[in-house]
Write a protein of this length. Structure first.
Length: 367
């Protein structure tokens, strides 16, 4: 049975469960490297910008009920330009799917599966995410409802247990060693990950009732940004900016440092398990978007068939020999920040929102 309906409250959990883990894992260290002890301010700025992206995407999608960006881009730009934009978005989501698969494989290889070949890790994850994906976006949404609170707990729990190891002077002085430009620049890594809320232009079409859609979508991005800021603050207070920026995963370092009387310790395996669940929801959602969107783009009735094809293509791309630096540092800095963020997460959503608003105003005048 295929479930293609999303409840409004599930939209909140989709945002939080898919964004929190990847954002705080992969942006905490880069943000601290740029903004030092003021990195938490950078995260706060990125959260505000992410809210605007979510608001624009949700408002635009709501103007075209039941339609994804693949369909309403034809209305806004005309058939050929609209199809070109739809195709570019499919490439965008396919690239993100493959990069996240690769980053996930590196993370597992560094933490709990050092002896397992990378292609095997990726193949197993693809096999797992195919099941909910082929049963519809509603199944993925229900998974997010369950996994979302667990993911939040997986961040809050180690932070609370590390309070005794935190020192307030590690985060001082505010605006001391970094310029305003440096703080703004430090917000870019976090914004690049929060900006993937642009997927709202695809999934809002499957939301049943639309009364509070914008509220739940924006709230999900807000919570994700605040959790990232919490991770940065906890890392700075516990280890200081120098140590935090030298480790790829500062929050993982924080989890490993937790020890209460020799009773509660070695929590990294539990934390990794929780984070794997978050990556599971993100990958499943990207696979669904890529498969369903490609089916709409190429006029294929059976979107599940396209999903299988996309999964095979994604697996093939992940076999391209790239190291952890190229996928987790070079790609975000050279590709995501320079092209994906300004074009797919900011530029095109703003353009579509403006055209949709103008089109609606013109229709009202004609009436």
């Amino acid at each position: 049975m295929t479930d293609m309906n999303i409840a409004e409250r599930q939209l909140f959990w989709i945002m939080t469960s898919t964004q929190i883990t990847m954002t705080l894992l992969l942006t905490t260290a880069p943000t601290i490297q740029i903004a030092s002890q003021d990195a938490w301010i950078s995260a706060l700025i990125a959260t505000g910008a992410g809210l605007l992206i979510a608001l624009v995407c949700a408002k635009t999608a709501l103007r075209f009920p039941g339609m994804t960006v693949i369909l309403y881009s034809d209305i806004l730009f005309g058939r050929w330009i609209g199809r070109a934009i739809g195709f570019l978005y499919m490439i965008f989501w396919l690239v993100l799917l493959t990069v996240i698969l690769k980053q996930f494989a590196f993370f597992l290889s560094e933490t709990i599966l050092p002896e397992t070949p990378m292609p095997v890790i990726i193949a197993m994850m693809l096999a797992v995410i195919l099941y909910p994906t082929l049963h519809g976006v509603g199944v993925i949404a229900r998974c997010c409802e369950v996994i979302g609170p667990i993911v939040m707990g997986g961040v809050i729990f180690p932070v609370v247990l590390s309070v005794n190891n935190m020192e307030l002077q590690s985060i001082r002085p505010f605006f001391g060693d970094v310029s305003v430009f440096g703080i703004l620049k430090g917000s870019i890594p976090t914004l690049t990950f929060l900006g993937d809320c642009v997927l709202l232009v695809m999934i809002i079409a499957f939301v049943k009732s639309k009364g509070k859609t914008v509220k739940y979508a924006v709230s999900g991005v807000l919570v994700s940004g605040l959790f990232t800021m919490l991770s940065i603050i906890a890392s700075l207070l516990s280890f200081g900016p120098m140590v935090s920026q030298s480790n790829n995963y500062p929050l993982m370092m924080l989890v490993r440092a937790v020890s209460l009387g020799g009773i509660i310790e070695n929590l990294d395996a539990i934390a990794v398990t929780i984070w794997i669940m978050s990556v599971f929801t993100k990958l499943a959602l990207y696979l669904f978007i890529s498969g369903h969107g490609s089916a709409q783009l190429f006029g294929v009735r059976n979107w599940k068939r396209m999903t299988w094809i996309i999964a095979c293509i994604a697996y093939g791309i992940t076999l391209i020999p790239l190291n952890v630096v190229e996928t987790s540092i070079v790609f975000p800095q050279k590709i995501a920040v320079r092209f994906m963020l300004p074009i797919f997460m900011i530029g095109l959503p703003l353009l579509m929102w403006g055209l949709a608003a103008y089109r609606q105003r013109t229709q009202y005048r004609q009436i």
